[in-house]
Each structure stands twice: as structure tokens, then as C-alpha cells.
Design a protein around this ligand. Sequence first.
Ligand code: ACM
Length: 709
Amino acid sequence: MRLFRQRGRDLAVLSAVALATSLLSGTTAVTAAHAAPTLPAIVPQPVSESAVTGSGFTLAAGTQIDVLSTDTAALGVGTYLAGLLKPATGFTLQVVSSTQPAGNALVLDPNGPATLKAEGYTLTSKSGGVTVTAHGAEGLFRGVQTLRQLLPAAVESPTVKPGPWTVVPVQISDSPRYSYRGAMLDVARRFYPVAQVKRFIDESAAYKINTLHLHLTDDQGWRIAIGALPNLTTVGASTQTGFTGGTSWYYTAAEYQDLVAYAKSRFMTVVPEIDGPGHSGAALASVANLNCNNQTTAPYAGDNWGFSLYCLGDPQHVANVSTFLNTVISTVAALTPGPYIHVGGDEAPATTTAQYAAYVSAAASATTAQGKTLIGWHQLSQGTLPANSLLQYWGTDIDRTSVGAPWESENIQQVRSGVAQGAKFIMSPADHAYLDMQYNSSTPYGLHWAGYVSAQKAYGWDPTTVTAKTDGSSSVVPAAQIAGVEAALWTDNAYSPSSSTPDSGSQFPEPSVYADHMSFPRLPAIAEIGWSPQSTHDWTNFSQRLAAQGPRWTAAGIAFYAAPDITWPSTPGTLNGVHTVTTGGQALDDPASSTTNALQMDTWALHGGNNQKWTFTQQPDGSYTLANGASGLCLDVNGGSTSPAATVIQYTCGGGLNQRWKAVALPGGGYTLASAKSGLLLTTASAADGALVTQQTDTNSALQHWTIT
Ligand code: ACM
């Protein structure tokens, strides 16, 4: 169990830290903290930030990353930083271990005072160099995430950009409000391949998220190999919501360990969730003796919930469940170095109190037997919790309005029981922190049972009042029992149109496309609630800092939603209307004005004919359909492929994701056009007449950069 601390803005401690940091003694004039206009926009807001006069430090090819330690983890942060900076700058910065800081360097000093604790850091940026000081490697890593945001947005680009790479001069002292700051991925309803989980880890780590909760099991799928129970993967992993017949929709032990190691390299703890006694359909389809009739159920690929339940009705079946959980949890625990196992507990169909308690008892003993700390959804408090357990609260403001009333909601009563048992709480209020909730009625994916969650709503709450009365008093969870926050990206309805059950007409974006759209800009809002002092909470200020992240996401290729409650720096004007689309003077072209369905498109010298004219129509997700002026057919990725090199054709317009193209403005002018389904870029083969058009990964090639006029 970690020690949880809660810290507001504590300027006395922080100035002591600053004084204790000898590296600051040579700092040039530091202006007062209220010199706001010159301060960089950082998310999450640091505890204290003040401007430093001067021009700032400019990276060059010869800049060293100077790690004042021989500690492998600290040096690893140096190597990580060099890796972050290389793609956009083109510099291969040398990482050196030294005892004295060099001038004109990026200095990482892990020998800061213990008062910085695990995650605190100070950062000083001035013309002579940049120094991040922490008490160990983890604080350096958090400080490096801030350093990224002091560089131009183009630093996030996967390909070389011109620079200059000047770090804004500033002095920062920072530490987190809560030590648990999570992001959850539901890989059960929709399977995220390893590479896409790693992408999510990187995107989350950039906002100082330190916990990755993997919802590994549900009705629609079982996603982790358990050697002793092979049916869990041969049968239980064969479905996803809207998909059947899979053979590899799970993580092997080696893949899971690779994910855990990758997360660790980003100072992120993995929390594996094995959900039960409800949400257990994939297990019930795989293991006969978990069912009361000892027969497996059929694998399930629908979008329903709340119907599955381990058999807990007699001692033999309780013993079966217990044996099953011991097998599963011991296997998962052995692969998981982090301290936690999440055992679910949500939305179980009606059981007797004793039956539910039997599940909690079995899950808790399987977890504590492995020396792990138990986490469950707040319903788990209906059983007896081991000491030091954590509960994850997912109620809404409807529960809040009932606090203290005679008709207090079940959710709040369960929270009270958890508080009484001494549990600490991870706050994931569904109407603020559930990233699968639609932003508004135009959001193509997701649900709105907890209401629409705009960017402002994602930011508009506080852990200390989310279980309080509406006037903020009488919080059911005392401040000392709040562990932190978690944003939850469920994938129950990660398809479009999400209002209906998935069928052959459903459109499924790549999981990473869905994750980008639903997480950005809301995940950074939750991250800030977990990190920044409550005293900094201010929507106007936050929305401006968040807006400044937009160009970073664009540079990084994050397909974020340009939420309308934020004034983005260069909200792309609509491209609606008729355009030619050219690269190097060669125009996207329907060969010989053909009206043939499924014909591959090409590029040809611009002549302005109708077959080189495209009608752009913006879709609710911000992407465009492109209908050809000669054929009336729509630009389409053949077969909805998500593979590089798939052909781009014209096809009867249907509005599917493979006919939607996301126009991303390039810093130097022009656009890339990314398939809303695959995320891959519209690419022509060459500058020759008749060159064929495909989708390809982003290589920063001129053949992927389009002028739209
Ligand atoms: C949940 O949303 N069922 C935890």
C-alpha cells in the first residue's frame, strides 16, 4: 500500500525546497508569480510558476543531457528525454552521467531534497541551460513532461521540423495533489493491440497520469492468457462488442509483461482488473463450473450488461469461484509488479447479501494471498474489505443530490459502508470522468446515460465535493480517504452509430482513433484535477492552457476532438465546399472521369476538370467526406481496411468512417488527410501522372502533404 498524501498549495514548503536547491542560487532576476502574461501554458498547472528574464535556452545538436547520477533509473529518464526530442529536432542528444552540471545543457539532478517526495520536482530554465531537480527518477520524469511543454508545439512531431528549439525561461516548483492519478482502458469490449495501449500510455504520461487500469475481462471478452485455463483465451477472447471469431484478441503473458514494463518506463503502475461476480460473461462462456448448471454459456458480442453472474448459490459453486479466482489472480499477480489487483464488483445482477459477500471474500483472499492490495468499484463495500483496500466511485451528481436525504442513493450508501471500513477512494464520477460519455449529441461514438460530458464538465468537479451535498458540505468521503482520481475510457459503444446495437452497418474506428477522440481534451482535464492544487481551479484559465495543447496534439498526430467549449488557437475554418486537392501540382483525380464504383483514385497534373474537383462536407466528428465532381462518388478506403498500402477508391457515398477524412493543418501550410477509420494518411505513389493513391503511415513525405484550394 502506498502512503497517500494530500497536498494543497504549500508555499512555505516549496520555497524551502527552492532554497535548498543550490542550483537555483545563480538564477537571474525572478519576477513575481503574478507576472501571468509571460508564463507558459502548462497542463496540469504546476504548484508554482514564475517568469525568468532572458531569452531562454536553445537546444543544439551538441546539447548534452547531463544526469547528475549513476543511477540506472535516472539515466533512463535522460535516455527517454533524448528519445522524445530526437524525432522533431533531428538531434541525437548525448546522455552523460556526471558529478558536476555542465553549462548549456539539459541537467537532470535526482539528488534533490527528500521534501520533494517521489513525484515533486523543480525546474529552472534560463539562457544558460535547463535544470530539473527531483528526489529520484520518478520526479525527474514528471519534470520532463513539463519541460516538453516549454518547447514549441512542433517538438511533438514524429518527423524533423525546423525549430529553433528554445525552452521558455521559467522557474517551476511542483508536486501532485494526489498520488493516484489513473486512466482506464476497457480492452474487454474492444481489444486494444499492444502498440495502441503503448500509445495510450505515452499520451497519458504526458499529463502526469501515473496509473494505467486495464479492464481486462467482461461479458464481451477475456483479454489475458491464464495458462491453467486455456479456454479463457480460446473461447473467452474470441469476441468483442460487434466482433466474433477472433483468435488473438488477448495479451499473452509476454505481451502483458511487455506492457507492464513499458508502463514502468513511463513511471506508470498497471492495475489489472478481473471483473466479477457480474460482467463475467467471457469467463462463464469458458469455464463450465462457474455456471450453476455446470454448462458454459455462448460467447457474447452484444452491447448489453448486467446479465451475467458467477454461480454463488451453493457451497460447491462458491468453492469453484474461489478456485477460479485463486488461479486467475495468482497468475496475473505474478506478472504484475504493481501493488494492486482490481476485482470489479459493479453491476452484478441481484444476489443475496451472503452470495455477494462470498464473492468479495473469495476475491479478497485470492488478492491478499498474493500480497496485493484490493481495488473494487464502490459496490464492493457490500462485502468485507481487507485493510487498506481502495474503492473506485463511479456515481453521478444524481447521487450527490441525495446525500443526507431520507432517500439517499444506494451508491452513496455503499460509499458510506466503504468509508466505515476504512477504504480509500479513487474518484471516477461518471458524469465528469467517464470518457465514453458523448461530448454532445453529435459525438459519433459512446453513450450519454450519465449525461453529455463537455470539456468544461470533465473539468468541473472536485474530489472533495463529489460525494458532498450540493452546497459542498458533509462530504461522505473525508478528504483523508481520497486516494485520487481516474478517467475511465469504456468501449461498450466504441462504434458509430452508437445508439443501436452493433450490426453489419456499424462503423468501428481503430481503437486508437476512438481513444484520441474521446480522451482529448478530457483526459488532461481529469489529470489536472488529480495533480494541481485545488486553489488553481479556474475554467477560464484552464481552457486557455488546454487550448494551447491543441497544436501539440496536432503535431503528435493525436486525432483530438476540437471541443466547442474551448477557443482553439487556430480552430480550422471549415473546408466545406468544392476544392482541388494537390501535391506538388498533381491533383487528386478520378481517372478519366469514370463513374465505376471501387475504382482506385490517382493523381494527375492539375487541369481543373470536374474529375479533379471534390466536394468537402464536414461530419459531426470534424472529419470530411470528399465527393468527386465527375462521378459523385466518395473518396473511400477500400474495404474499410486499417492496413498501410490499402487502396483509396471512389465508392457510393455512405458516410462510413472509411469515407471520412480528417484534415490536419501542417505548420508550414497544407494538410494531411487521415482516414477517420484507420488514422493512416492519404498518399500518392509519386509525382508522375497516373500515380495511384493509397493510405500509408505518416512518413512526412511530400506525397502526403496536400494543398486544398
Ligand atoms: C461501471 O461503470 N460499471 C463501473
